[in-house]
Design a protein around this ligand. Structure first.
Ligand code: ATP
Length: 260
């Protein structure tokens, strides 16, 4: 594994005065935030408040109407090779097996050049890390939904990203698989020294995974905004009935009801 670019505590991503929308319409506004290296930040909010729009803007997939995003100290205007994305749908290529899908993307022109042996090693390491070594030669049609999402996670991690953008990656999975994947995600990003921006509308997911929770809300006719923030200092591994979880859940529900 190559050494991470930043020291712990350094800022991986920052945004200030960000406004993003489609056509003439503004969907999110007045967004200023930072994500530290190795930090897991959850963007939590109800349906339609603009979470995915904000994630896309922060990842360089949607242009900002105003404001700016900085990644690894440089202005971000397009997707960065040291950032990776995972979505709700794993979007695997059906004609490639697990190894092929995990390696896919390492050879893109904008990716750092990588020697053949190192490439092979990264793919093998990432597949082992998500627990799929025995299925390395299986094709997507032969995988369960949870296994397919593990492949998508391995594909992202093989790029050794400084920051992983994850847009509701587990929301299509059953509750048991989702819980397994939440634990796996935290374990992997801690081992890979990767920061995460996780979009979710699941309060418990945010509490179980996050170092920090940013709550988004939208008022009728207004763009979505970040309205509250919680630093989550609960010990890990976390579970639903751990001390402090119920209190934080209630606090978040109250803030959601009040719109702030
Ligand atoms: N490509 C697009 N073109 C025009 N409007 C869009 C586009 N994508 C999203 N929107 C609008 O932006 C608003 C916010 O959508 P967005 O998907 O960002 O919200 P969200 O909080 O992620 O919702 P959900 O949790 O349901 O996925 C919605 O009103 C949506 O209709």
């Amino acid at each position: 594994m190559t050494a991470p670019v930043l020291e712990q505590g350094a800022t991986a991503l920052s945004a200030s005065g960000l406004r993003i929308g489609y056509g003439g319409k503004t969907v999110v506004d007045d967004i200023s935030l930072t994500i530290d290296k190795r930090e897991i930040v959850c963007l939590l909010g109800g349906s339609g408040c603009g979470k995915s729009t904000l994630l896309r803007g922060l990842a360089g997939l949607s242009p900002a109407q105003s404001g700016n995003v900085s990644f690894l100290g440089e202005p971000l205007l397009e997707p960065h090779p040291r950032a990776a994305l995972v979505f709700q749908q794993p979007s695997l290529l059906p004609w490639l097996n697990v190894e092929g899908n995990v390696g896919f993307g390492l050879d893109f022109a904008r990716q750092p050049a990588i020697a053949r042996d190192a490439r092979k090693q990264r793919v093998v390491e990432a597949i082992e890390a998500v627990g799929l070594a025995a299925r390395a030669h299986a094709y997507p049609a032969q995988l369960s939904g949870g296994q397919a999402q593990r492949v998508a996670l391995a594909r992202a991690l093989a790029r050794q990203p400084e920051l992983l953008f994850a847009d509701e990656p587990f929301s299509a999975l059953d509750a048991i698989t989702r819980a397994e994947m939440q634990t796996l995600l935290v374990d992997l990003v801690h081992r890979w020294h990767t920061a995460v921006l996780l979009v979710t509308h699941d309060i418990d997911e945010a509490i179980l995974v996050a170092d920090r929770i940013l709550l988004m809300a939208v008022q009728p006719g207004q763009p979505g905004k970040i309205v509250r923030e919680w630093k989550v200092d609960l010990p890990r591994p976390r579970h639903e009935y751990a001390e402090g979880v119920a209190g934080l859940r209630l606090d978040i529900i109250k803030a959601l009801r009040e719109g702030a």
